[in-house]
Write a protein that binds this ligand. Structure first.
Ligand code: NAD
Length: 437
């Protein structure tokens, strides 16, 4: 099939490459010339494991190209909308200007029977509004909402073998003409047994925001338990192991730590609350306000714990922060709790050096006032205190005996509860986890 993918960021670039891998003929379109130049040279403009190799592979087949010219979408039967939906400045709601602009720009290039497929995360009701705009311009075109559930760091596998596909079509019916077209797009995953759900458009939009709200709630729940564990001397990691053995609860997403961040969960729960307010259903989601505050409290808590670890004052303390990305295997620093903690510590008088295997370029653009050091050993040299804030494998594997020789103080705060506390203590370190004695 001929497919256009509009918006080539973390979601769109991976989607375009994966669709080409599946045998479709794909054009990726973005307004960012730098990104398009990089993608055209088969080089991912951000870090995602395997993406450079995949881009090289598929570009050799001639099935994948990138451009800033929207007219390249003409002749494609399916158009995926993958542009950003960030939080509005100073408000909780989602900023839909990029989605609106992408659809407007696409309209002159659609043809009868084209399918426009929304993948961006949008407030419920957006699909119906855009469908109205689309049919005014091209009465026989169709709009489907097909939310994306990929996780950065696993984006290729999640796109090629998703755990479910949701198609939100106007009448919510299996017989909708767009269903068979999307089935052809996703034929590979469907034949491998991926479940597919057909819903109406509002349900499909809500599936995504509800799923993210649930995940955020699960993380904030265990972080609230961490607060209780700290107050009572209990250990939240053992608590999570024990409650997680109940199938109905499950152990995943029950790791207490510095809280969630990134380009999705924080802005998605806020946009969801804002949209509920517009719909007169704000009470239904007031609990998300608490989920958000528990999450933001983690960052303050880590700053306080670091101050305690440093003997009561941060002034002049050399602190090395391990990790800047919001999660490992990504260079994404959007709303990264690690970086926000690093910046707070610096503001309060510490001398902060941040290291990360992939995210330093993005981090230094966001917080130019912090010091950055790509080499792990150099970053730790002379540190009074270490903070592990993003659980990259190489930080989880650090040997406390080896690390001891390079640092000035043997103090570590494990913001992700991933280190062996007993081992670090045995090596002479003052170890602090979160929600652990
Ligand atoms: P991103 O900021 O990395 O990418 C968005 C891209 O859209 C940018 O490259 C931007 O230049 C481009 N763009 C903006 N306006 C455009 C226009 N008018 N025409 C063409 N391109 C335009 O964002 P992202 O992380 O890829 O997220 C995109 C959407 O997908 C968001 O709604 C997000 O919530 C959702 N989503 C993201 C993920 C994820 O893990 N990143 C997962 C699932 C869903």
């Amino acid at each position: 099939m001929r497919i256009s993918v509009i918006g080539c960021g973390y979601l769109g670039a991976v989607h375009a490459a994966c669709m080409a891998k599946l045998g479709h003929e794909v054009v990726g379109i973005d307004v960012d010339e730098g990104k398009i130049r990089s993608l055209s040279a088969a080089h991912a403009p951000f870090f995602e494991p395997g993406l450079d190799e995949l881009l090289r592979d598929v570009q050799e087949t001639g099935r994948l190209s990138f451009t800033t010219d929207m007219s390249a979408a003409a002749g494609c039967a399916v158009h995926f909308i993958c542009v950003g939906t960030p939080q509005k400045k100073g408000e909780n709601g989602a900023d839909l200007r990029y989605v609106d602009a992408a659809v407007e720009a696409l309209l002159p290039h659609t043809r009868p029977g084209d399918i426009v497929v929304g993948k961006s995360t949008v407030p419920v009701g957006t699909a119906a509004r855009l469908a109205g705009i689309l049919v005014q311009s091209e009465p026989s075109a169709h709009l489907v909402w097909n939310p994306e559930f990929l996780r950065e760091g696993h984006a290729i596998k999640d796109t090629l073998s998703p755990d479910r596909l949701v198609y939100g079509v106007a009448d919510g019916s299996e017989d909708h003409v767009a269903v068979s077209v999307l089935d052809e797009v996703y034929a590979n995953a469907l034949s491998a047994g991926t479940p597919r759900l057909i819903t109406d458009q509002p349900t499909a939009e809500l599936v995504k925001t509800a799923a993210n709200s649930f995940l955020a709630t699960k993380i904030s729940f265990i972080n609230a338990m961490a607060e209780l564990c700290e107050a009572s001397g209990a250990d939240v990691t053992r608590l999570a192991d024990a409650i997680g053995m109940d199938d109905r609860i499950g152990r995943k997403f029950l790791n207490a730590g510095i809280g969630f961040g990134g380009g999705c969960l924080p802005k998605d729960i806020r946009a969801f609350m804002a949209r509920a307010g517009e719909l007169g259903a704000d009470q239904a989601l007031t609990f998300l306000r608490e989920v958000d505050s528990i999450n933001m409290r983690r960052r303050t808590r880590v700053v306080e714990l670091t101050r305690e670890l440093c003997g009561g004052s941060l002034l002049g303390q050399n602190i090395t922060v391990l990790g800047a990305a919001f999660k490992p295997e990504s260079d994404d620093v959007r709303d990264s709790p690690a970086l926000s903690i690093a910046a707070q510590l610096q503001l309060q008088g510490a001398v902060v050096t941040v290291t990360d295997p992939k995210a330093l370029e993005n981090a230094s653009r966001r917080f130019p006032e912090l010091q950055y050091e790509p080499d792990l050993e150099t970053a730790m040299a002379g540190a009074d205190t270490l903070l592990l804030l993003t659980e990259w494998q190489q930080y989880k594997e650090l040997d406390p005996f080896e690390v001891s020789s390079g640092v000035t103080g043997l103090r570590i705060l494990d913001g992700r509860n991933v280190l062996d506390a007993a081992k670090w203590r045995a090596a002479g370190w003052q170890y602090r986890g979160l929600g652990r004695p």
